[in-house]
Structures are given as C-alpha cells and as structure tokens.
Design a protein around this ligand. Structure first.
Ligand code: NAD
Length: 353
C-alpha cells in the first residue's frame, strides 16, 4: 500500500504520532522533524482538512519548517508541529484541548507546543493545566511570553530595515515605499513600526475595511488587495497568505526587495529562481518571521529553569535576525544561489542533515 504522504514531505522525520481520543473526539497529528538542536518546538494548528492526507502533509511540512526556523534563529530547539483535525463545524472543545494536552505530556517534553492558526493565548493557558510543555504563556508586558504576533512584527520590521540598507544603501526607512499585504497581527504591527520611522506605506487586505482603518491610523494609502503585488515600490512585504510568490506573481513585482512575515511565501522551490533572475533581494520567510518563536521559546526555556525572561532579552535575540539575513545575502551573492536555497542549506547544516 502506498503511504499517504510523499517521501519529499516525510523528509526523515524522527517521529510522527497519530492521536485519536474517542471521548473528546480529538484527532491530531504530532510531528517531530528534528530534535538535533533541542526539543521539537512549534505551534498547534486547529483546522478543518478536506482529507487526512492534507493534514499529514501540513504537519510534516510545518514541522520541518520549524526545524529550519528554530535552528536559524539560534534557539536550542528542534522542529515540531501539531495539527488538530476539526470537523466541518470547526468546533474546538475544552475536552479536545485537554486530550491534546495529555498527548503532548505523553511525549515527555520531546515536543513543545505553541499558538498557531486557530489557537489562542487562552487555549495555551488551558493546555498548561495538563502539561508543562506549552510555550507562550503570558507573564506580563515586560516579560517573554503571550501573543507571538508583536514579536514577529518587530523581527519583520528589523528585517525590512536590514534589506533596505543592504539593497538600497539607506540607513533608515524614512521615505522608503513599502507595499504591505495583510494588515492583521504581523502586518499591522510591522506597518505601525515602519510608519513611525517615516516609511511611505501602501496597504492592502482582503478585508478592505481593515486596510482602510490602518491606513487612516498611520497616515498610509489603502489599495484593493488585487493591486498590491503590482504596486511600484521599494519593498513588497507579504504578511497574509503563503504561496504568494509564483513565477507569475514574481514577474509582476515592481520592487527591489521582498521581505515580510507570511509563512511559506515561495509557492514551489523553482520559483525562488525567478527572484534571483529579476535581481530582487529576498528575505527568507522563516528567518525574518522568527520573532514570535523566539519570544515563546525563551518564555518556555526560562520557565523550565524556574525563572522568567525579561522582554529585553527577547528583543536582543530578535535583534540578531538582521545578522542572519546579511549572512544569507552575502552567501547568495557569492554563490549566485537564491537566498531561499542558501537559507535551507544553512539550516540543514545546523540540524546535522
Ligand atoms: P492574521 O490573521 O492576524 O492577519 C492576516 C491578515 O491577512 C488578515 O487581516 C487577513 O484579512 C489578511 N488576508 C488574508 N488573505 C489575504 C489576501 N489574499 N490578500 C490580502 N490580505 C489577506 O494573521 P497573522 O498572525 O498576522 O499572520 C500573517 C502571516 O504571518 C501568516 O502567513 C502566518 O502564518 C505568518 N506568521 C505569523 C506569526 C505570528 O506570530 N502571528 C509568526 C510567523 C509567521
């Protein structure tokens, strides 16, 4: 019988658990790609999948992505991810959360969970009643933990500044035109930080009211979501969906830099080459968007040592994201390889693959 995942997706995962709890109705996949650098850390996604193969594919790809992201962020964490398969009504119950927490606890700390799509800070608190191996618990504004969004935004903002300096030779984003797609938690936070520094912002969201409200707040321009890709700008910043960079969309870009927080921006590995051919500087997504996992991992690691982690320590670690990006861009320029390929190779070396 053929496996219902491809060998490429499997990519030498260390461990994959399929959990079904009849009483609560929980069906979940917990995937551990690599624990080479430490316990597999990555969020839990609550999602309705049309078929279980899609859920397995998501779990495998996302957990490998976390191995790469955590290694490149210099965290002592490996890569893992969990997906909870919701039914069509997308109902997530307290009993399901409890059963999921028990499944995490059974792994004894090999997997550390966190917030992802469909999960909230309140869910993390609920999980923490049954397992210690949950990250991102809130401890107050001055300490690590809580919603990863603002930390991700901060890293994206620093990454955009580094890209502007590297490609445009400007030490500030004042007057630099950023076309930003997705005005939610990550995009909204990055836009506010860029606006504070005097960047010129054009915003788009699939929910036009959201883009308009943010534009009004920060003095930006809102445009329809289907025109953001073609907006002439210095930086295109994707902060909404994945797979936004295709051969077709890259051909339409009118920018010098692509740098944003969305996960899995490049649709197919070969599409990364189109960015090189168009001489567009690319900030690999899992490197620039690591701020959130840095925040929640430092919270977890400190709690395991019986202490708290000051927010300043989190920001200092996020401040290292530009160094990693510059390392990637330099190697990319020396080798002629795309920044995405260089990042993957660096990450693979770090996890011993
Ligand atoms: P969010 O739901 O808060 O915001 C996403 C925004 O994108 C929403 O306003 C939504 O209306 C908009 N959107 C959706 N489809 C769109 C489209 N086709 N065109 C324009 N706008 C569209 O989510 P978020 O937490 O800000 O995450 C954004 C991206 O960043 C996702 O890809 C996520 O996986 C990634 N990411 C988030 C974090 C985090 O800490 N939240 C960390 C790493 C990566």
């Amino acid at each position: 019988m053929a496996a219902f995942w491809t060998e490429a997706d499997w990519d030498d995962h260390e461990r994959v658990e399929l959990v079904h709890d009849r009483q609560s109705g929980l069906t979940a996949i917990l995937a551990l790609h690599s624990t080479h650098c430490g316990p597999g850390a990555g969020g839990v996604r609550f999602w309705h999948y049309a078929d279980p193969a899609g859920a397995m594919k998501d779990a495998l790809r996302l957990s490998r992505g976390m191995s790469y992201k955590n290694a490149m962020a210099g965290l002592p964490m490996g890569g893992g991810k969990a997906v909870v398969l919701l039914d069509e009504s997308r109902t997530k119950t307290p009993a399901m959360l409890a059963a999921f927490a028990d499944a995490v606890e059974t792994l004894g700390g090999a997997y550390v969970t966190a917030q992802d799509v469909g999960a909230s800070e309140a869910d993390m608190i609920a999980l923490s009643e049954r397992t210690r191996h949950v990250s991102g618990l809130p401890h107050g504004d001055d300490l690590a933990g809580g919603d990863p969004g603002p930390s991700t935004s901060f890293g994206v903002y620093l990454g955009i500044k580094a890209a502007v300096e590297h490609r445009l030779g400007k030490g500030s984003v004042a007057g630099v035109h950023v076309a930003l797609q997705g005005c939610g938690s990550v995009g909204g936070g990055a836009a506010r930080l860029l606006a504070r520094d005097g960047a010129k912002l054009t915003l788009a969201d699939i929910d036009p009211a959201r883009a308009q409200a943010l534009a009004k707040e920060i003095g930006a321009t809102a445009v329809p979501s289907d025109s953001i890709i073609t907006t002439p700008c210095d930086v295109f910043s994707p902060n909404a969906l994945g797979a936004i960079l295709t051969a077709d969309s890259i051909a339409k870009l009118d920018c010098a830099v692509v740098a944003g927080g969305a996960n899995n921006q490049i649709a197919r590995p070969e599409d990364g080459l189109a960015l090189v051919e168009r001489d567009i500087l690319y900030a690999p997504d899992y490197v620039i968007n690591a701020g959130g996992i840095i925040n929640v991992s430092l919270e977890y690691l400190a709690r395991m040592e019986g202490r708290t982690c000051p927010r300043g320590e989190v920001n200092q670690r996020i401040g290292q994201i530009p160094d990693r990006l510059r390392e990637i861009w330099q190697e990319s320029e020396t080798t002629g390889l795309g920044a995405d390929v260089v990042a993957d190779r660096m990450a693979q070396r770090l996890i011993g693959r």
